[in-house]
Design a binder for this molecule. Structure first.
Ligand code: NAD
Length: 353
């Protein structure tokens, strides 16, 4: 089993990574939970495949559980849904000493984390991420949120789990498009911080090579994120590096109203196109964008910028919550494995997008 310890000023917690870990979660939770009551928040798809198994392992260890099931998909990350869950938790008589489990992809993780951070001013919670994106990204780092009709993740906080349990066997039942969606974030980690990860991914011949190495890959990605989060928990500086490809990516997602490209696909297009531009202006080592194109193609991810009105793409980027009015931070690569934050004047934006 791979283990990582996240050390923050306010909290320390472990991330456990292992194929088949689900079978041991009940035993492991005995050391983490001070009470015997657990509310599991999950979505309909995950519950249908794994819900009974998780409850059974927890009940076997003496935990009393209640499963709260939401509809799959981004629309579930809403204040209305949070309120429904608060009521379910009240019915279950959850107290501050009890525990919530976020059992699902990034939607469930963000929603259940948000509920945990606000209900009774904070209930301890555990992340059991079941998509690749959630395993390498959203379950680590403490960002929890719900959406408002006017935008994504507009209400939320930084609230860390008491532990993260990652079982890569969950990914066997994941729809292939979501698997590759998560691979986009994995490739991002290779681009920004770890060239060995990038070139290992490039040389795998079969999908089975990928599956055989998933524990190590997820561990590498979580280690990178953990180190960055420890240095910049509140996303005020270095953590921005994790947004490589996301500036253009978010613009594309918004342009298509979150309905055509998945997040990972939009980020893939962003990583390739911003690198092509930074190569053209002599910032990035020549040939880097070609390598990114090759790896994206290998993992069924798009790289071509869709034919869209550029001004409409730039608009949401300009109102991104991380930008001030004059300057704009973009993440660029020097070469594969090395990223940096580049501050540009807003007038220069056309050079890069
Ligand atoms: N908090 C953060 O730091 C952070 C970072 C990145 C993304 N996010 C958020 O994550 C969300 C996207 O997460 P996602 O891509 O995991 O999507 P998701 O949670 O919607 O899951 C994708 C689909 O896969 C299904 N599913 C999940 N696990 C499965 C499994 N093991 N087998 C079969 N089906 C399974 C789900 O039911 C859903 O239909 C977005 O809301 C995004 O804002 C948060």
């Amino acid at each position: 089993m791979y283990t990582l310890k996240v050390k923050l000023p306010s909290k320390n917690y472990e991330i456990y990574i292992k194929k088949g870990l689900l079978d041991y979660i009940g035993i492991k939770l005995k050391d983490i939970c001070s009470s015997n009551k657990i509310a599991i928040i999950t979505d309909k798809n995950v519950n249908a495949i794994y819900g009974d198994k998780l409850s059974m392992y927890l009940n076997k260890q003496g935990f009393i559980t209640k499963t709260i099931v939401v509809k799959p998909g981004e629309n579930s990350k809403s204040l209305e849904n949070a309120e429904k869950i608060y009521n379910d938790l009240l019915d279950f008589k959850i107290k501050r000493s009890d525990m919530i489990i976020a059992f699902g992809g990034g939607v469930v993780g963000d929603l259940a984390g948000f509920v945990s951070s606000t209900f009774l001013r904070g209930i301890p919670f555990i992340q059991i991420p079941t998509t690749l994106l959630a395993q390498v990204d959203s379950s680590v780092g403490g960002k929890v949120a719900v959406n408002l009709p006017r935008g994504k993740n507009l209400v939320g906080s930084f609230y860390h789990p008491n532990a993260v349990f990652i079982d890569t066997d969950f990914l066997k039942t994941l729809n292939k498009r979501y698997l590759y969606d998560g691979m986009s974030e994995v490739i991002k980690y290779g681009c920004i911080n770890n060239k060995n990860l990038f070139y290992d991914l490039l040389q795998y011949k079969l999908e089975s090579d990928l599956f055989d190495n998933l524990d190590k890959i997820v561990f590498t990605c979580c280690s990178i994120k953990k180190d960055i989060v420890e240095r910049d928990e509140k996303d005020l500086g270095e953590r921005m590096i994790l947004n490589f490809g996301h500036t253009i990516g978010h613009g594309i997602e918004k342009y298509y109203n979150y309905s055509y490209y998945t997040h990972g696909e939009a980020v893939a297009i962003g990583m390739y196109n911003i690198t092509k531009k930074s190569e053209e202006v002599g910032i990035t080592q020549k040939g880097t964008s070609q390598e990114i194109k090759t790896i994206l193609h290998k993992y069924n991810l798009p790289y071509k910028m869709p034919n869209l009105e550029k001004s409409k793409l730039i608009q949401p980027i300009m109102i991104d919550k991380k930008n001030n009015n004059k300057y704009f931070n973009i993440v660029l690569l020097k070469q594969i494995g090395e990223a940096f934050i580049h501050k540009i004047d807003l007038k220069e934006i056309n050079k890069f997008i």
